[in-house]
Design a protein around this ligand. Structure first.
Ligand code: NAD
Ligand code: UDP
Length: 325
């Protein structure tokens, strides 16, 4: 066994980000244990890894204690898209809070290093722009997004209390909107929705006037940020923003997707969801200075890769439906 080979646990490992992370960790020569309850994750996402002896998948809900032996833990388990996390809000909070307690307890017993996938949602609908890590946020604690936002905020609190109280080695990343292949086609997130709608020639659903902004990071860039943060010296606990600082309006994104797909889809305006943040863009000065990290993949390139992925997925679905008919 090489000295750099580690046993790494990835919770939520069959999800969009988790599956890319597992792939990256296996490629680097680590033993990877993927834990997932398959609420939003899919076995297909990790299917290519199953033939690899370094990779193992375990069905488990992080709301329950887990007894395994590992050196590092990446805690990603939690539905991330508004329609998924609002489907069973109580379970969403439990996943963030009980999941964090269980994984921190595991890390404490093993003296393992532990990473938390936190979110830009801890800033809520921000009144500071772009968002720095010092900004304490503007979250509505009783709104429909609160199960996710407050669950993630509480998880951050737990991470820092375990750090202070038990001297655990923690890493907290605040992830901003990320997109790429293996996003769930029905998760309602803006990039997957627009691409699927454009490929099917359906109307592109713009919520509100489309002037709200997000900053979209390609998945490969984000995973590089995870790896660098985990490898950083132990005094680097975070929280640290990871995201692409190039801000785009939802309307601009729609026009870009239509052009790249070559679609004839029309734009259709729908009501803006409750508590939908007006502006969101990360200040990544900390990640640049401390990790030497910044996104490299331009939006157009990332969208082209993602369009290719969904195009293949939709073609496979059609072929499957034709076989079943
Ligand atoms: P995803 O929904 O694709 O992945 C989440 C995974 O967690 C899924 O595989 C799901 O089945 C699993 N899961 C959910 N509840 C679980 C439970 N109780 N026990 C075990 N597994 C459970 O979402 P994603 O985009 O890959 O997000 C991964 C993490 O990153 C999440 O914690 C999310 O909050 C965070 N994040 C993502 C983004 C983004 O833009 N993708 C932005 C901010 C934060
Ligand atoms: N959005 C949209 N049309 C869609 C899906 C989302 O206009 O079909 C908007 C949504 O209201 C929000 C932005 O796109 O302003 C990003 O939404 P997403 O759910 O992807 O992420 P989040 O709101 O969590 O940042």
């Amino acid at each position: 066994m090489s000295s750099t080979r580690k046993r790494v646990l990835v919770t939520g490992g069959a999800g969009f980000l988790g599956s890319h992370l597992c792939e990256r960790l296996v490629a680097a020569g680590n033993d990877v244990l993927c834990v997932d309850n398959y609420f939003t994750g899919r076995k297909d996402n990790v299917a290519p890894l199953l033939s690899c002896p370094q990779f193992e998948a375990l069905r488990h809900d992080v709301c329950f204690p887990l007894y395994v032996e590992v050196d590092e833990i990446y805690n990603l388990a939690c539905p991330a898209s508004p329609i998924h996390y609002q489907h069973d809000p109580v379970q969403t909070t439990k996943t963030s809070v009980s999941g964090a307690i269980n994984m921190l307890g595991l890390a404490k017993r093993l003296r393992a290093k532990i990473f938390q996938a936190s979110t830009s949602e801890v800033y809520g609908d921000p009144s500071v722009h772009p968002q720095t890590e010092e900004y304490r946020g503007n979250v509505n604690p009783i709104g429909p997004r609160a199960c996710y936002d407050e669950g993630k905020r509480c998880a951050e609190t737990l991470f820092f209390d375990y750090y202070r109280q038990h001297r655990l080695r923690i890493r907290v990343a605040r992830i901003f909107n990320t997109y790429g292949p293996r996003m769930h086609p029905n998760d309602g997130r803006v990039v997957s929705n627009f691409i699927v709608q454009a490929l099917k020639g359906e109307a592109i659903t713009i919520y509100g006037d489309g002037e709200q902004t997000r900053a979209f990071c390609y998945v490969d860039d984000l995973i590089e940020g995870f790896i660098r943060l985990m490898a950083a010296p132990d005094e680097v606990t975070g929280p640290i923003n990871l995201g692409n600082p190039v801000e785009t309006t939802v309307g601009e994104l729609a026009r870009m997707v239509i052009a790249l797909v070559g679609s004839r889809s029309k734009l259709e305006h729908r009501p803006l969801p409750v508590d939908d943040p007006v502006q969101r863009c990360p200040d990544i000065a900390r990640a640049r200075d401390i990790l030497g990290w910044q996104p490299r993949v331009p939006l157009e390139t990332g969208l082209k890769n993602t369009i290719q992925y969904f195009d293949r997925l939709l073609t496979e679905d059609k072929a499957l439906a034709a076989v079943k008919a």
